[in-house]
Ligand binder design. Structure first.
Ligand code: PGA
Length: 262
């Protein structure tokens, strides 16, 4: 462990905790959940709190959290600005609906909807152009982990997803490490597995600049729950969480936001 690593870990990064509601909730249900989350008074770690509802609920959720510090993200977007793209939604449209953040490259988008690294690269470019803060997701499958390929998979997703960007372009970006085998399965990476992956990601990013790598937030996702968040957040290179299942319950999500600082 060299000096560079020490300096990286000395930098204070504001925790970022986001819910990802996936394809859940009507508009009315989204309003109730957003109100319960934004009405939660405690935020003892001074985390940035974000929620990502479906497109149809974005505007209503934005309205609901108005006047609070809760941020609103879209779960995806198309990279084109406008045109004949039936079913797609543009960067300006999600901004218009109230999103300041956008999740890009989620493994469900990659596996079910065919988002490749090249497509995600275009989406990231569109996010930067429109001043949207991307939450860029990367992660290995179980087969890749078992074959010992975890770090090389992450590096290739970073290399290809971030092609053409400078540290300056990416300064607002958040990276989410989400091992595919841990998403929605109840299987969480151990805190050590998470730390190892996060440290490797941060090390990879030093090629842009040491300062950028030290400041960027790398959050963990994959079955984050009230009973494992404390240990995961205790890892030096874990700067937050992307929470699926347990973000659909206000009480559980508020407990996750208020993780015990170990
Ligand atoms: P999960 O989802 O917490 O339900 O595993 C996480 C995610 O997909 O972002």
């Amino acid at each position: 462990m060299g000096l560079a690593r020490f300096e990286v870990n000395m930098t204070k990064r504001v925790p970022f905790i986001s819910g990802n509601w996936k394809m859940h909730n009507t508009i009315a249900e989204s309003i109730v959940l957003a109100a319960a989350i934004s009405g939660g008074k405690a935020n003892k770690n001074n985390a940035e709190v974000c929620i990502a509802p479906s497109y149809t609920s974005l505007a209503a959720v934005k309205q609901t959290v108005k006047g609070t510090k809760v941020l609103v993200a879209a779960q995806d977007m198309h990279y084109e600005e406008k045109g004949a793209f039936t079913g797609a939604i543009s960067p300006s449209q999600i901004k218009d609906a109230g999103a300041t953040h956008v999740i890009l490259g989620h493994s469900e988008r990659r596996a079910i909807f065919g988002d490749t690294d090249a497509i995600i690269n275009k989406k990231l470019a569109a996010a930067f152009k429109h001043n949207l803060i991307p939450v860029f997701c990367i992660g290995e499958t179980l087969e890749q982990r078992e074959a010992g390929e975890t770090i090389s998979v992450l590096e290739s997703q970073l290399e290809n997803g971030l092609k053409g960007f400078s540290a300056e372009d990416m300064k607002s970006m958040i990276i989410a490490y989400e091992p595919v085998w841990a998403i929605g399965t109840g299987k969480t990476a151990t805190p050590q597995q998470a730390q190892e992956a996060h440290a490797a990601v941060r090390k990879f990013l030093t090629k842009y600049s040491a300062d950028f790598a030290a400041k960027i937030r790398i959050v963990y996702g994959g079955s984050v729950k009230t009973d494992n968040v404390d240990d995961i957040m205790a890892q030096p290179d874990v700067d937050g969480a992307l929470v699926g299942g347990q973000s659909l319950n206000a009480e559980q999500f508020i407990r996750i936001i208020n993780y015990e600082n170990k």
